[in-house]
Ligand binder design. Sequence first.
Ligand code: GLU
Length: 308
Amino acid sequence: MPRPLPSAAAPFVCRFAPSPNGRLHLGHAFSALVNEAAARRMGGTFLLRMEDIDATRCRPDHEAAILQDLAWLGIAPDAPPRRQSEHFADYAAALERLSAMGLIYAAFESRADIARAVIAREAATGRPALRDPDGAPLFPFARSAMSEAERDARRAEGAPFVLRLDMAAALAAAEALPGGPLGWTEAQGVPEGPRAPVPADPTRWGDVVLARKDVPTSYHLSVVVDDAAQGITHVIRGMDLFHATSVHVLLQRLLGLPTPLYHHHRLIHDDSGRKLSKSNAATSLAALRAAGVRPQDIRARLQPTPST
Ligand code: GLU
């Protein structure tokens, strides 16, 4: 009798997705190392994605520097990077699908209009405005305040606009689709750690921006389209993006895309306890390298395993 074939191991595909708008710092290095180490432990695939939708801030020399920094650290992705700037047609198709469902609308309020409306409302109610998990006030205007015909006319006139997701309508549409309550599975401790269900709460973000006139997509939209296009099974990224996952699972449901498993790892802080940022040049890998720090010193300092 032929012996049964061993069952195929569950696929494991993860990615590191930096924006090439500056140099990598220790926080990026940690995220890349956690991803790569998990892929190697699981016999999986580690991919790279350049999140370069913003042509005014993302530059090819930054991308080259990121590739150089990763190579210096000894991190070797399993394929050349996917560049978001080469896939605007994919994001347009996703927007078109949401638009056909009646879930997005053009909004013409500038950042200053929004700030003024928020201040006026806070003064009138005596209460602080509702804020999203990143601390920005929720969009304070109602879709119903302007007809679709007027929105179309203003767009045709060339007025600057953003495309917003009608959050209430999107949730109602998602509820009518199969798949059960909206949420995701979070791997705890390490990417292959114990799993816990997390309910999604996308209303905390209000009517999020999915595209702009000048950049015809957004972080939220392109990340879900690309995770599906790259066949990502495990999204491994920093805790700072934990709440954004609520928006991502909503978009996945609406667009008929699979929801990967998520692992949000701890963040690396500087000596004074602040989150690292691209503006803090002292912790850039380039600066550390110039100061004589070696890749093995960085790996030892960050220790992506066993408990992230
Ligand atoms: N491009 C994002 C960043 O650099 C990461 C996106 C993600 O991992 O989902 O913060």
